[in-house]
Design a protein around this ligand. Structure first.
Ligand code: SF4
Length: 432
């Protein structure tokens, strides 16, 4: 879609073509794919709302330099859409800023925020107030929004322990990933700690736990870039295990602990589990072997496609298959110059990966790819067609149902109107 397309018409025909999908999943997908633009009046009204923390990647369609000062600091972390002509149930969407998006967050005649498409009101918009723990600071003056920001409407504490990746430069970084570039641009805009101290993480969690909003938090994710050699003298599993160990020692069993790290050899996976994590996300990013080799050159050269997939399967022995939830970046298999140009071929490829894992009791999950401008693939790509993402939701739901798998733990409730996972609609189509 572009700003000149009649988007209401596209939305209505997508809804008719995919009548088996909840309308909430369709609009969430459209908003993530197209991004959102904001009027000044809407941003003025968001001054006391929870702003985007840039919890790991930028997810924006433009760089920070291309945004106004107000956009850089007042755009909300997430919005919740309700009502409108589709009578939407509450639909929580992560915000990806695109000043050219056809989806405009504006205000109505009473000053209330709304989503407009083609100048017509499409949904009411709610945002979260700044949680009281965001008003707190650590002893060293750092804000909680840097050390332990929360997303998914307060459900998930997102701890990017290492804001850089040792897969470095074009020949190693995953070609869709802006972690290193985003770190450079965010450092100029906000408190943005490169390597977090586990004790500071615990201090920040204590501020959350002591606050009135803290009880909303149900899980934490510890993640960051890959460590190919050592960081502060520690191997990757040692580095990331320290966070769960510190958190579980201070707050035993308080949250569901999730580790998003590489597919590691089994003894290291055991070390992660022993440290206190209950869920393991060894993200494979893209299923097709030849695409993995091109799109994830660092992972390919240090580990390799076959070994990566074998390690995912082996880790089910340690965590249990339902607690191994590898992510893939939906749509990147259609990225030029390597990817499929045909939607059905791309879906068939990704479906074979879903079949492979789900037949073993492992449910992958996905984030919706947006070509970020500071990435290799972001320079010459626009988003894959909406048809691709909606077909993927259908295939994901049906494959998950075929193997009678449980709703992935650690993501909150499933189903339209209940899902809080905000960077794809996979949770909106489950549990229906
Ligand atoms: S491993 Fe790939 S996706 Fe993960 S942080 Fe590094 S470059 Fe980004």
């Amino acid at each position: 879609m572009t700003a000149s397309e009649p988007t209401i018409q596209i939305l209505n025909s997508a809804r008719a073509q995919f009548a088996d999908l909840p309308p909430e999943a369709i609009i969430k997908t459209v908003a993530l794919r197209s991004g959102l633009r904001f009027s000044k009046q809407a941003l003025d009204g968001f001054a006391k709302q929870k702003a985007k923390s840039y919890f790991i990647f930028s997810f924006d369609h433009v760089t920070q330099d291309e945004l106004s000062e107000q956009e850089r600091h007042a755009v909300p972390e997430e919005i919740a859409l309700t009502g409108g002509p589709w009578e939407l149930k509450r639909t929580i969407v992560s915000v990806r800023v695109d000043p050219k998006s056809p989806l405009l967050i504006d205000v109505d005649d009473h000053g209330a925020p709304v989503l407009k498409i083609d100048d017509q009101l499409f949904a009411q918009v709610a945002t979260q107030k700044i949680p009281d723990y965001y008003d707190c600071q650590l002893e060293n003056g750092k804000p909680v929004s840097d050390i332990t920001p929360t997303i998914e409407w307060g459900y998930l504490i997102y701890i990017t322990a290492f804001r850089l990746c040792q897969y470095w430069g074009k020949k190693e970084e995953c070609q869709f990933c802006d972690i290193n570039e985003n770190y450079r641009q965010q450092k100029k805009q906000r408190s943005y700690t490169g390597v977090k101290d586990p004790e500071q993480v615990v201090e920040s969690l204590r501020l959350i736990e002591q606050s009135t909003n803290g009880s909303e938090t149900m899980a934490y994710t510890v993640t960051g870039g890959s460590i190919t050699t050592e960081l502060n003298g520690l191997k990757e599993c040692e580095f990331y295990a320290r966070y769960a160990a510190a958190i579980e020692s201070a707050f035993p069993g308080r949250w569901i602990g999730k580790a998003v790290v590489q597919a590691l050899p089994l003894p290291e996976v055991q070390e992660l589990k022993k440290s206190g994590y209950t869920i393991y996300h060894p993200n494979y990013e893209v299923w097709e072997k030849k695409l993995f080799e091109k799109i994830c050159p660092g992972k390919e050269s240090y580990v390799g496609w076959q070994e990566w997939m074998d390690r995912i399967v082996a880790s089910a022995e340690v965590f249990g298959p339902e607690n191994v939830i590898p992510n893939f970046v939906a749509g990147v298999e259609m990225a030029k110059p390597y990817g499929y140009q045909n939607v059905d071929e791309a879906i068939a490829s990704t479906q074979s990966g879903l079949e492979y894992f789900m037949s073993k009791g492992i449910s992958p999950r996905f984030t919706l790819w947006c070509p970020e401008p500071l990435t290799v693939l972001g320079k010459d790509n626009s988003a894959p067609p909406l048809e691709y993402f909606l077909k993927l939701l259908r295939v994901y739901r049906d494959t998950h149902s075929k193997y009678n798998l449980p709703v992935p733990p650690g993501y909150g409730p499933a189903g339209a109107g209940k899902a809080v996972f905000s960077v794809s609609a996979f949770m909106d189509v489950l549990g229906m």
